[in-house]
Design a protein around this ligand. Structure first.
Ligand SMILES: N[C@@H](CCC(=O)N[C@@H](CS)C(=O)NCC(=O)O)C(=O)O
Length: 233
């Protein structure tokens, strides 16, 4: 692979359960890029993390030859740009208006995942009573909206040659949280969005995803730790 010499220079500052970090790990696995994984203690962030992401002080940070790239969706786009000979997540930019439109559309849905799904999922385990019921109604709507975008497709598309694309990689880490969302919210993803549930199972069979996603039970245990930390009963 053309990028081989540069691959060794990729370091990912990450935290095991982070869906944002998992996006980067899955993307690099899909691209066949080797990287060094460095687990951060988010309660005691390393100087390297604080120096590399002084604005948000968050993981993931990708260091490429020592230069930091922050924010998971920006990291995914950077990987497409910096390693153009590897399979693209976004349709390659060319002069056609169709490619430009497909790129814009994929970015829209990845942004939707960030703006809606993550926040709503957090409210499902943090809240009780009516606010939690409101989060459940919103989550059902989000899942149905994503299912409508998926349609009858095998994947959300955008990737080269029927592979995982930008939206797939942006969304798939949250499938490890579906079980927790279901238990906290009292609903079934299979019932509200069966095609999306089937897509999640399909993704789970892909090596890059299977290798980098934790089990749903481990995520649920982690949420129990978070609940304790934030005093949620
Ligand atoms: N928008 C960011 C979100 C990253 C993020 O929220 N990271 C969390 C872990 S999941 C973090 O580093 N939290 C530490 C903190 O907020 O102090 C991205 O897409 O990379």
């Amino acid at each position: 692979m053309a990028a081989a010499a540069e691959e060794k220079e990729l370091v990912l500052l990450d935290f095991w359960v982070s869906p944002f970090g998992q996006r980067c790990r899955i993307a690099m696995a899909e691209k066949g890029l080797e990287f060094e994984y460095r687990e951060e203690d988010l309660g005691n962030k390393s100087d390297l993390l604080l120096r590399s992401n002084p604005v948000h002080k968050k993981i993931p940070v990708l260091l490429h030859a020592g230069r930091p790239v922050c924010e998971s969706l920006i990291i995914l786009q950077y990987l497409d740009d910096a390693f153009p000979d590897t399979p693209h997540l976004l349709p390659p930019a060319n002069s056609s208006s169709d490619a430009a439109y497909a790129r814009a559309r994929a970015r829209f849905w990845a942004d939707y995942v960030d703006k809606k799904l993550y926040d709503c999922g957090s409210r499902l385990w943090r809240l009780k009573g009516e606010p939690q019921a409101a989060a459940r109604r919103e989550m059902v709507e989000i899942l149905r909206t994503l299912e409508a975008e998926l349609g009858d497709g095998e994947f959300f598309g955008g990737g080269e040659g029927g592979r995982l694309g930008f939206v797939d990689v942006a969304l798939v880490p949250f499938t490890a949280w579906f079980y927790s969302y279901e238990r906290c919210g009292g609903f079934s993803v299979e019932e509200v969005a069966p095609k999306l549930a089937a897509w999640a199972r399909r993704c789970g069979q892909i090596d890059s995803v299977a290798k980098h996603l934790p089990s749903p039970e481990k995520v649920y245990d982690f949420i129990a730790v978070l609940k304790k930390k934030y005093g949620v009963e």
